[in-house]
Design a protein around this ligand. Structure first.
Ligand code: ATP
Length: 214
């Protein structure tokens, strides 16, 4: 695939439920900055009523994210999906972000578990028309479907090639894997376990103050 870049800046997007944000998310965000992304956007999704609901509300999930990245240079939150009442389709989010930031090339970042289900997302091809995809290794997930094999044959690249392109590339990236998830964290809080260092202290204080995950 030939590199054609029309946009000057490189931003990464990590979307998710963030119920709550944890060090797995935050390590990804800081490492994305080290790779060369100028800005990392953490975007909590609006969860539609017919799906399992997060335990924390949209505004609580956003508040926890804001506390978590308050002192992290180049890492910030966006409420763009919470402000929309419809489903949180990533392709629609990136289209809206392109309108707001026409000189930015976006890379949508996801863990390997999310990549497993990516072909069932709403119009995955449309998202790839508008953004690159960076898949981060995560403990315990390894299968590759036929659809994924086909996509990788056409689009797979290394991180430098991904950074040189505006859209359409897929990079599978390995960092030391952190076996931590929001479900584990919720379970541990409910059980009264010590969860220090699994998320920043400011987030733990907020969880305590709001009596979340009890
Ligand atoms: P839950 O346990 O509730 O499903 P989660 O820990 O997977 O939550 P999400 O908010 O759903 O957190 O994740 C947002 C994005 O971050 C997803 O793409 C997910 O794959 C990725 N992610 C979360 N934790 C990790 C981790 N430890 N390593 C790599 N990727 C991760």
């Amino acid at each position: 695939m030939k590199s054609v870049s029309k946009r000057d800046k490189r931003w990464a997007i990590l979307g998710g439920t963030f119920d709550p944000v944890h060090i797995g998310h935050l390590r990804i965000a800081v490492q994305l900055r080290d790779l060369g992304f100028e800005q990392v956007l953490l975007i909590p999704n609006h969860v539609p009523p017919h799906r399992p609901q997060p335990q924390a509300s949209g505004s609580q999930r956003l508040a926890m994210l804001e506390l978590a990245c308050a002192r992290l240079d180049g890492i910030c939150t966006s409420s763009i999906e919470l402000e929309r009442d419809d489903l949180s389709y990533s392709a629609i989010t990136v289209e809206a972000l392109h309108d707001l930031y026409p000189d930015v090339g976006f890379t949508w970042v996801m863990g390997q578990d999310a990549w497993q289900g990516f072909e069932h997302w709403h119009k995955p091809g449309e998202l790839l028309d508008q953004a690159n995809l960076l898949v981060i290794s995560r403990p315990g997930v390894r299968n590759v479907s036929h659809w994924q094999e086909q996509q990788l044959e056409q689009r797979e690249c290394n991180i430098d090639e991904l950074l040189a392109d505006d859209a359409g590339r897929i990079c599978l990236h390995h960092w030391p894997e952190l076996d931590v998830s929001a479900s584990d964290l919720r379970r541990a809080i409910k059980q009264g376990d010590n969860v220090t260092f699994l998320t920043p202290d400011a987030v733990l204080e907020y969880i305590d103050q709001q009596q979340l995950y009890r």
